[in-house]
Ligand binder design. Structure first.
Ligand code: IDC
Length: 466
């Protein structure tokens, strides 16, 4: 970061360094900038004294949708710190200072503003400013990062900042882990939707803003059932909606799992032709994105591992032909229990793996039903091959009933330790305990936190935020 001591040691004169910083500040303040369409932030220096100054920051929502959480990150030169803050929550890491909205100003309607202020100790002015991951003056979409006009992400240069996709870039399998584009193991955590044939109305700009910016998810799993009034009833309509949802998640810098949600019948071959048609189009359209993962069979059941493997080896080439380098997740025997619920286990997969690279295997658990034998299977599998927990609940396998947070925490700890990615079931307002919102939340357009949350929602939101 701009190290002013260099100036004192015969580098550029101090006055020049200050002028450069001022120029940036003025740029942030210029009226043209404030009028950019999108979500912007402007920093105004209010008053200054010997070794400090006060500043106010105005966040402006010139988009057409409500922003439900904002995050302004300011970089201050070395030697300058933030001494006091009002109307925002503040955290800092090195020279980077993060300000997020508080309960009374985190939601900004279209055309509205929110403001906060701070006192700096030291005279250094901000050298860099982002809002929701995009430059403060660019007028990003509410999704900001990835939105139109946003410069392409520069992963790796700003650890701890930016959106998940900016931080990790194109993910890939390395050994038994999921890794970022530089080969460092990464744990992606987030939410699965409910079936989009039933709970599509829970997936809006505002609910996805909340998931990305307030809940701090890295990833969303889009569950598209094939049966039960799903894809098979309207392939064109469901495919179009999935394109749209992938784009909405991408605009927010989230990773996406495209879930081919087979369940009944449990033999994935039953939907093989449909799967080929669907994934061919999805892979074709989204191949250039860095954030899409494909899950080709939610929960095979009542079929052998050999049969699931043969299905995978038919569908994977269809994807690879169009999108050669994205991660593909293969469902496992016995409702993606790695075979455990049908008397088998991870060894069967390790002995006869799917013949393809850059793939992972799915594991699902429901903590109130699935106890130590499932937990042990996950531990064992994580040493043998790459695993992604694409579905789990704190409740029973019905998606309902009492939560067992203690058991769920044991899984969470193991997944954290091994950097096993997860998406929890489910981001909807279904009446069942596993749905994170109270019934009626989606129809009323939120709010997506506070009293709208069921116990499982409070639990998972705080996991994601930590
Ligand atoms: C459940 C839904 C429920 C729906 C049912 C039938 O919560 O509303 O009626 O499916 O399809 C899974 C499945 C997932 C289940 C979930 C909870 O992948 O589709 O959702 N679950 O039962 N595997 C284990 C649990």
């Amino acid at each position: 970061m701009a190290k002013s001591p260099a100036a004192r040691k015969g580098g550029p004169p101090v006055a020049v360094a200050v002028t450069a910083a001022l120029a940036l500040l003025i740029a942030l303040l210029s009226p043209g900038v404030a009028q950019a369409a999108g979500l912007t932030a402007t920093v105004t220096k209010e008053s200054s004294w010997d070794n400090g100054y006060s500043a106010s920051v105005t966040v402006r929502n010139d988009t057409s949708s409500t922003v439900s959480q904002w995050e302004v990150v300011l970089t201050l030169p070395g030697g300058t710190t933030v001494a006091q803050v009002w109307n925002a929550q503040h955290t800092s890491s090195g020279n980077s200072h993060t300000f997020t909205g508080v309960s009374w100003n985190s939601t900004i309607p279209p055309g509205g503003t929110a403001s906060f202020g701070f006192i700096a100790s030291g005279s250094g002015e901000p050298t860099h400013c982002t809002i929701n991951g995009a430059p403060c003056d660019e007028g990003s979409e509410p999704g900001g990062p990835g939105g139109p006009g946003t410069p392409s992400p520069d992963p790796g240069t700003q650890p701890g900042t930016g959106t998940p996709v900016e931080r990790y870039g194109k993910v890939q399998v390395c050994g038994t882990q999921l890794c970022d584009e530089h080969g460092n193991p990464v744990q992606l955590r987030g939410m699965s939707t409910h079936g989009i044939q039933w709970f599509d109305h829970c997936l809006t700009d505002s609910s996805l803003d909340a998931l990305a910016y307030d809940w701090k998810a890295d990833i969303i799993r889009l569950s598209m059932y094939i049966q039960e009034d799903g894809y098979e009833t309207n392939p064109r309509g469901f495919t179009d909606r999935m394109h749209q949802l992938i784009d909405m998640a991408t605009a927010r810098g989230l990773y996406v799992i495209v879930d081919w949600h087979i369940l009944t019948p449990g033999d994935p071959h039953y939907n093989l032709d449909r799967a080929k048609t669907f994934f061919a189009e999805i892979a074709q359209r989204h191949a250039s994105k860095t954030n899409v993962l494909y899950e080709i069979a939610n929960e095979p059941n009542g079929v052998s591992w050999a049969s699931i493997k043969s299905y995978a080896e038919e569908v994977i080439p269809v994807i690879r032909q169009r999108d050669p380098d994205s991660v593909i997740i293969v469902g496992t025997r016995g409702w993606s229990s790695l075979g455990v619920s049908e008397g088998s286990g991870p060894a069967e997969i390790a002995a006869n793996p799917v013949n393809a690279s850059n793939i992972m295997y799915a594991f699902h658990f429901y903590a109130a039903s699935h106890r130590d034998n499932y937990l042990n299977a996950l531990r064992e599998a994580s040493e043998l091959f790459p695993v992604f927990v694409t579905e789990f609940g704190t409740e029973t396998y019905t998606g309902d009933g009492a939560n067992d947070f203690q058991m769920a925490d044991r899984y969470i700890d193991l997944m954290a330790e091994r950097k096993i990615g997860w998406t929890k079931w489910n981001y909807s307002d279904d009446f069942r305990s596993g749905a994170v919102f109270q019934p009626g939340t989606c129809a009323s357009g939120g709010p997506w936190s506070g009293s709208s949350l069921k116990a499982s929602g409070q639990w998972v939101r705080s996991k994601l935020q930590s």
